[in-house]
Design a protein around this ligand. Structure first.
Ligand SMILES: [Ca+2]
Ligand SMILES: [Ca+2]
Ligand SMILES: [Ca+2]
Length: 486
C-alpha cells in the first residue's frame, strides 16, 4: 500500500513538471524510491541496450525470463503503452519516447503476472534540448519531422515523404549529394525528376531551445526560386518567422548545386538565444529545379563555427516599409501603378520586371507569358465583416492552379491562410472573387501574387482589391474563392 501511494505521488509530480529542474527533482525521488524496492524485485531483467543516444536515436532493449511470467505494463516517467513493446522475452522502449527525456539516469517499474521489477537506463547528454530530432535524417526516414501538404490535401503531391530521404551520392554530378552521414532529403530514387519537382510541401522540425553560440548550420541545395524553396526558422511562442534562407549558391555560374549538391551554410541567430525555435523546410514550386536537397540542420554550436566554414546566408523573410495596416489596402485598385506594392528581389525569378499596371490592372506579362515573379502588397487589417474581394483574369495555363495564384498571408508568421486561382475563368474578362477571412478578424495580412510558369496563358491579372466590407457582401457561390490550401 505504501508503495502505491508513493508511486502515485511521483506520477503526479511528473505530470505537473515541465521545467528541467522539476524533472531532476522527480528523478531523485524515483531513484530513492527504487533503492527501497531492489529487494522487492520479483524477477530478473537483463539490459541489452540501456543507453539512449540522441545522435543514434536507438531504441532500448531488455531481456526477461520465465520467472517474469507475462509482463503487464511499465510505469514511471510518463511512459504509456505505445512507448514500448513487449514480446515473448524482450522489452523494447522506443526512441519516440526517449528522445524527449532530459539527459540523466532513469528507472521504470515493470509489472508482470509474477510481481514487479525495475529496469534502468541512461539518456546521454548530447545537448538534446538544443538540437532538432534526427537533424541529419540518419534514421533513413522522416522520424522526428512533420510533413504537411500545401495543396488541396493531395498526399500524392507531397514532396516530403519517407521516400524523399535518400542515400547521398558520391559526387555533385552523380545526383543527390551530402557530406554529412548517409542520408539527406532529395529526389527519391527511381522517381522521374519532373514528377518530383512538381511536388510541394512543408517539413517541420522538432522544437529546440537556441543555445551555445546561437549559430545554426545546414546543407541546403537546388531550390531555383528563393521565394518558393527555403528554410525558415520560427519562434515557437508566437510562430513568428524570424529568418528565411534560400540556396544562393545555386545561382553562381557552374554551381554544382544545379546537380543536387547541398551547400553548407551557417547563420547567426544569437539575437534569439534562449528562445524556443523550430524550422520548416518549404517547397512551394512545381517546375524545373523547384525542389530542395537538405541535410544536417545543426542548431547547437559552442563555440561558434569557424569563420571559414559555411556559405553566406541572407535573411529573406518578407519585410514591409510601413507597419501601418489600414483595413482598406492602399492602392488596391492600382490607380497609383505599383505604388505600395513590392516586387520580390529574391533570386530565381528571371528578373524583377514581370509586373506592370495597365488600365488599372496588375499584370505579370510585361515580358509576355514567359515572365515569372512574385509581388507583395502592403499590410492591411482584416476587419468589418471579414471579407475581401478582387478581380482575376488570365491565369489559365496548363497547371494554372499551381502556377498563377493569389495568396493571403498573415503578417509575422507569414502563414499562407488562403490561396486561390482563376478557376472560374471567363475568357478574357475579369472575374470577381470573394474571399472569406472571417476566421482571421483583426489580424494583419498581405497579398502575394505569384506567376511561376512560362507557357501559354501563364500570366495573371489582378484588379480592384477591396479589403473592407462593413457587412458580408452579396454574392453567389459562383464568385466564392475556393481555398487551395488544406
Ligand atoms: Ca545526413
Ligand atoms: Ca517542388
Ligand atoms: Ca508567366
Amino acid at each position: 500500500m505504501k508503495r502505491k501511494v508513493m508511486l502515485s505521488f511521483c506520477l503526479l509530480l511528473l505530470i505537473g513538471c515541465t521545467d528541467p529542474l522539476s524533472e531532476v527533482e522527480s528523478s531523485l525521488l524515483s531513484s530513492s524510491e527504487a533503492s527501497e524496492e531492489i529487494v522487492a524485485d520479483n524477477f530478473a531483467i537483463t539490459p541489452v541496450i540501456d543507453t539512449f543516444d540522441f545522435d543514434l536515436l536507438n531504441d532500448l532493449e531488455y531481456i526477461f525470463y520465465d520467472d517474469a511470467g507475462d509482463i503487464a505494463f511499465l510505469s514511471g516517467h510518463n511512459i504509456v503503452a505505445s512507448d514500448y513493446e513487449i514480446t515473448d522475452s524482450y522489452i523494447r522502449i522506443k526512441r519516440h519516447y526517449l528522445v524527449y527525456l532530459t539527459p540523466g539516469e532513469y528507472e521504470l517499474d515493470v509489472y508482470s503476472t509474477t510481481g514487479q521489477s525495475t529496469l534502468s537506463f541512461v539518456v546521454l547528454d548530447k545537448n538534446n534540448e538544443y538540437r532538432v530530432i534526427n537533424h541529419s535524417f540518419e534514421t533513413g526516414d522522416l522520424f522526428g519531422w512533420e510533413a504537411s501538404t500545401i495543396f488541396k490535401g493531395e498526399r500524392n503531391l507531397l514532396a516530403f515523404t519517407n521516400d524523399a530521404v535518400v542515400a547521398h551520392g558520391t559526387s555533385a554530378e552523380s545526383g543527390p549529394y551530402s557530406g554529412n552521414g548517409d542520408f539527406l532529403i532529395g529526389p527519391p530514387e527511381g522517381e522521374d525528376l519532373a514528377t518530383y519537382e512538381e511536388k510541394i510541401g512543408m517539413l517541420k522540425s522538432s522544437t529546440f531551445t537556441l543555445g551555445g553560440s546561437g549559430y545554426i548550420t545546414f546543407n541546403l541545395g537546388v531550390g531555383r526560386v528563393a521565394d518558393l524553396a527555403y528554410l525558415s526558422i520560427y519562434r515557437a511562442s508566437d510562430n513568428f518567422e524570424i529568418a528565411r534562407y534560400s540556396d544562393r549558391y545555386y545561382h553562381r555560374d557552374g554551381s554544382s548545386s544545379k546537380f543536387g549538391y547541398a551547400p553548407y551554410y551557417k547563420a547567426d541567430l544569437s539575437a534569439y538565444l534562449g528562445e524556443k525555435l523550430y524550422a520548416i523546410l518549404h517547397d512551394r514550386g512545381g517546375h524545373s529545379d523547384d525542389y530542395v536537397t537538405f541535410d544536417y540542420l545543426e542548431t547547437y554550436h559552442d563555440p561558434k563555427p569557424s569563420i571559414d566554414i559555411g556559405g553566406i546566408v541572407v535573411n529573406e523573410v518578407p519585410t514591409f516599409a510601413l507597419s501601418y495596416a489600414p483595413n482598406q489596402l492602399p492602392n488596391g485598385d492600382f490607380s497609383l501603378g505599383l505604388e505600395m506594392w513590392n516586387v520580390s528581389p529574391n533570386l530565381g525569378w528571371q528578373d524583377t520586371s514581370a509586373f506592370h499596371v495597365e488600365t488599372g490592372i496588375l499584370k505579370s506579362n510585361a515580358n509576355g507569358d514567359a515572365g515569372r515573379g512574385l509581388i507583395r502588397s502592403s499590410l492591411f487589417t482584416i476587419d468589418g465583416a471579414g471579407y475581401v474581394s478582387l478581380q482575376l483574369g488570365a491565369a489559365k495555363g496548363a497547371r494554372f492552379d499551381k502556377d498563377t495564384y493569389v495568396s493571403v498571408r498573415l503578417y509575422g508568421c507569414n502563414t499562407e491562410i488562403i490561396r486561390f486561382t482563376n478557376d472560374r475563368s471567363d475568357g478574357t474578362n475579369l472575374v470577381t472573387y470573394y474571399v472569406d477571412l472571417t476566421k482571421y478578424l483583426n489580424k494583419v495580412a498581405y497579398f502575394e501574387v505569384v506567376d511561376n510558369a512560362t507557357g501559354s496563358w501563364d500570366t495573371i491579372f489582378v484588379s480592384d482589391i477591396k479589403t473592407y466590407y462593413e457587412e458580408v457582401p452579396d454574392f453567389t457561390g459562383i464568385n466564392f474563392a475556393n481555398n487551395l490550401m488544406y
